[in-house]
Ligand binder design. Structure first.
Ligand code: XIL
Length: 347
């Protein structure tokens, strides 16, 4: 971290009103972070990105990633199809390259994802029943064991609830092995890596009133009450005009945190451009900072052109690696300024 280049500003904090000259002596100089990682770290949070190992030789990409982010998620390289391409044959080469890059640059790693209905290897897609349950548990055990000590948190189970509005589980081959497949996956992950934080991760769980949000909340509450090992809930946070950042986002994050788990924004991207995009990124950042147990934010890619939905230009850097309005908005909020005020002193 290059603290010598940091801007300095003066905050008067709560002493502004009524304390007159005394306030002057209470002035405190507070550093403002000049990068997302630095500014988030000053708030006790991380700021991360997803990386693709195929781009690790793109110097513009890695320069931005190294400078701005402190937490790295493998965009695809630790998924089931990547890590167990044939049953019982594990391939950690791509995932290891991401981990090596991250640790070599002083970053932490979020593991993503141990069990999911999507991006399963072909052999698993055609499995059912107890054979699939055993294969899934073995996968969780093997992969979590391989990365033991190297990941800060795992998305143990990804996207297990449906979007049909009744709060039900998503139908999948894993779900059909029995409703307890999720807790079985968490137990296996804990046994394999007792130190990683174990997260449930999903999308469309941002609005507190969404039945899907309520259903995930009920599951986490149940897991906590029965001692199923869950430490965190990940909110993917893929937003667009049809699915904007909800007004009650802060309430959602706080309610989950109140269950005694950390919350993390795990795959943030917001389609759009300019001021309205910047405003929504500010809102998400503010919501996280307002919740003590919101431990960090990860954006799902570096430049717009790296995004899985590049046409929506949903990230913080443009295709030329330049900082967008949304970048400055996020940095301002992390530095304690009001969104759009240029990061000047708060009062
Ligand atoms: C996406 C990747 O970004 C793409 O490269 C890949 O083709 C499909 O998966 N929810 C998740 C992520 O949990 O793993 C997904 O990532 C995006 C949606």
């Amino acid at each position: 971290m290059n603290r010598t280049t940091r801007r300095w500003r003066v905050t008067m904090g709560a002493t502004v009103a009524g304390l007159g000259l005394l306030a002057a002596t209470a002035l405190s100089a507070q550093a403002a972070g000049s990068t997302l990682h630095e500014a988030a770290a000053d708030q006790g949070r991380y700021f991360g990105t997803a990386l693709a190992q195929g781009k690790l030789n793109d110097t513009q990409y890695t320069t931005i990633a190294d400078r701005e982010f402190g937490m790295i998620t493998a965009e695809n390289e630790m998924k089931m199809d990547a890590t167990e391409p044939q049953q019982g044959v594990f391939d950690y080469s791509a995932g290891d390259r991401i981990v090596d890059w991250a640790t070599g640059h002083g970053k932490q790693v979020r593991g993503h994802a141990l069990a999911w209905h999507s991006q399963q290897p072909g052999w698993m897609q055609s499995m059912e029943g107890s054979a699939l349950r055993q294969a899934m548990l073995n996968h969780v055990t093997q992969v979590a064991t391989h990365y033991r000590g190297k990941v800060y948190a795992w998305d143990v189970v990804n996207e297990a609830f449906s979007d049909n509005g009744d709060g039900s589980r998503r139908d999948s081959n894993l779900q059909r092995t029995g409703n307890d497949w999720i807790e079985a996956a968490f137990e296996a992950a804990r046994a394999a890596d007792p130190d990683a934080k174990l997260c449930y991760n999903d999308y469309n769980t941002d609005s507190w009133t969404n039945p899907k949000t309520q259903a995930v909340y009920a599951m986490v509450k149940d897991f906590r009450s029965r001692g199923v090992p869950i430490d965190c809930v990940g909110f993917q946070a893929h937003f667009n005009s049809g699915n904007p950042v909800p007004n009650n986002y802060h309430e959602t994050l706080q309610r989950f945190a109140d269950l005694g788990v950390d919350v993390q924004i795990t795959e943030l991207d917001i389609e759009g451009s300019g001021g309205s995009q910047a405003e929504q990124f500010s809102g998400v950042t503010q919501a996280c900072l307002a919740v003590e147990r919101c431990t960090g934010i990860t954006v799902w890619g570096v430049r717009d052109t790296d995004s899985w939905r590049a046409s929506g230009t949903p990230l913080l850097f443009d295709g030329n690696g330049q900082k967008k309005a949304a970048y400055h908005a996020v940095l301002d909020v992390l530095n304690g300024g009001e969104p759009g005020d240029g990061g000047s002193a708060t009062s």
